[in-house]
Design a protein around this ligand. Structure first.
Ligand code: HEM
Length: 469
């Protein structure tokens, strides 16, 4: 091999595995992301693993990862098993679509979630924030100060996503047992385990959990199709909705272009928004509170900023002011950097290609491990410390070593997360409000709160005590 020849898969190292099963047993745990992190330490930033002969490349090289993300949709697609598993569950939406179909799905989804629409949806975020604030105030008043924030934040994000996506006022925040949330909690871990399962056992034998999954999928399907039928009737009765649809679902239904989505695709995209928007955002909120409960001085700064911007109001009421919460925005950025709820992405090459002198044949499965770089001193000073100031333009004491472009919590290239603005708006609004009204204390030592990966990465055993300011 001459010095200029590209590196090939054959040249890559592999962490220690077993002869036939390869790396399957080590990987087949809940905490896949931590196994990958360990292997990066052991084998470097580019290596290969295999599960009973099925090979995967793992890259934790942020430059290579960025180039691969940007080479979509032509050169790379999502790992094809994701589409297979989601389709099998009846989900036919933008996350698992490819090529021209993906373009057709992506356009209305991106439009529905663009900044202009998030500004229009902002009253929904404000109202839900008011609801959860009232609920937490009640808890504290009734001496139930230790709160399972993860559960509460899920209710918050599901209420917002359902109202933004299809105008459905779910009010999960005030009705703890909600079928939507119950069903999603069954579906999330199943997608995760099926995508990386070497053998699709559920196709030959249905376990109890497979049957529970079927019930959950059926439950969600019934609700969403019912909502679609209601929206159709509403549009028929109010033709002005054709000109001014009031939510994502109505926008899709009144589309009369030749790229119009079918009912099945509309259902798939509504489902996708629920899947992609709930767990990711609520777990990111939980991680933010995990840090804030250890940093009362940061909570104080967020509170001062909230008082300066929206004064006596209990909750922020307009989007414009949320942009002025610069410090709170920096806190969110820092939390998303240190605790990305999506630490890795699974892709596959569509063609033979050479990227960064690495030769990748068609059909190569590649796992982009993005979290390791986000927490490396090569890219951020004191990379493992929670320092929101690093994201402030003039206040950054660490500006010499600050590489925002390697943070891939929302993915990258043309398939980056279209829900980013919505997620950040929810996070800034809720965190600002909570800090304005409460102080927080972790109920257990930080080291006992473990990262756990199911559909996304969440803090296990996180319980936080709230007290009034
Ligand atoms: C903190 C919260 C969130 C995180 C960390 C997150 C992260 C991600 C990531 C990593 C991807 C894959 C991007 C890629 O392949 O390059 C993605 C895709 C996606 N996200 Fe999010 N997301 C969040 C919130 C949301 C919300 C609130 C919605 C909508 C309600 C949403 C909708 C989507 C959709 C539809 C896709 C598929 C895009 C495509 O394939 O073209 N996400 N998200």
């Amino acid at each position: 091999m001459s010095n200029n020849s590209p590196i090939t898969i054959k040249d890559l190292k592999s962490p220690k595995g077993t002869f036939l099963l390869g790396h399957l047993l080590q990987f087949n745990t809940y905490n896949k992301h931590q196994v990958l992190e360990r292997w990066v330490e052991e084998s470097g930033h580019l290596f290969k693993i295999h599960f009973i002969g099925k090979e995967f490349i793992v890259s934790a090289n942020p430059n290579l990862n960025n180039k691969i993300l940007r080479a979509r949709p032509e050169t790379f697609k999502r790992f094809s098993k994701i589409d297979e598993i989601l389709k099998e569950m009846g989900i036919n939406g933008v996350f698992n679509a490819e090529g021209m179909t993906w373009k057709r799905h992506r356009k209305p989804v991106t439009e529905a979630l663009n900044l202009k629409n998030i500004k229009a949806y902002y009253p929904i975020i404000s109202e839900k924030t008011e609801n959860i604030l009232k609920k937490f105030k009640n808890y504290v008043a009734n001496n139930k100060q230790t709160i399972n924030v993860q559960k509460e934040f899920m209710a918050y994000t599901i209420d917002i996503t359902t109202e933004v996506a299809f105008g459905y006022k779910l009010n999960t925040i005030n009705n703890n047992v909600n079928s939507f949330q119950k069903h999603l909690e069954v579906i999330f871990p199943k997608i995760n385990s099926r995508v990386t399962a070497p053998i699709p056992i559920w196709r030959y034998f249905k376990s109890k959990s497979d049957k529970t999954l079927e019930v959950a999928l059926k439950g969600i399907k019934t609700i969403i199709y019912d909502v679609i039928a209601q929206a159709k009737k509403r549009i028929e009765a109010n033709p002005q909705l054709r000109e001014h649809p009031t939510n994502f679902l109505e926008t899709l239904l009144v589309d009369d272009t030749n790229t119009k989505l079918s009912d099945d695709e509309i259902y798939g995209n509504i489902f996708t928004m629920l899947l992609a928007g709930e767990d990711t955002t609520s777990n990111s909120l939980s991680w933010t509170l995990f840090y804030l409960a250890q940093h009362p001085e940061i909570v104080k700064k967020i509170r001062q900023e909230a008082i300066a911007i929206y004064k006596d109001e209990s909750v922020l009421k307009n989007y414009k002011n949320s942009e002025l919460l610069k410090y709170t925005n920096a806190v969110i950025q820092e939390s998303l950097r240190l605790k990305p709820t999506t630490p890795q992405l699974y892709l596959e090459s569509n063609t033979d290609t050479i990227i960064d002198n690495f030769s990748i044949p068609k059909g190569t499965c590649i796992i982009l491990q993005n979290k390791v770089a986000q927490t490396k001193d090569d890219y951020f000073s004191e990379a493992n410390t929670f320092i929101p100031e690093r994201w402030l333009k003039n206040g950054c004491p660490l500006h010499n070593n600050h590489t925002p472009n390697i943070v891939r919590t929302f993915g990258g290239g043309s398939r980056y997360c279209p829900g980013m603005h919505l997620a950040k708006s929810e996070m800034v609004t809720l965190i600002s409000t909570l800090c304005k009204h409460f102080n927080f204390k972790l109920e257990s030592k930080p080291e006992t709160i473990k990262e756990r990966f199911e559909f996304t990465m969440y803090p296990e055993n996180l319980e936080i005590t709230f007290t009034n300011v």
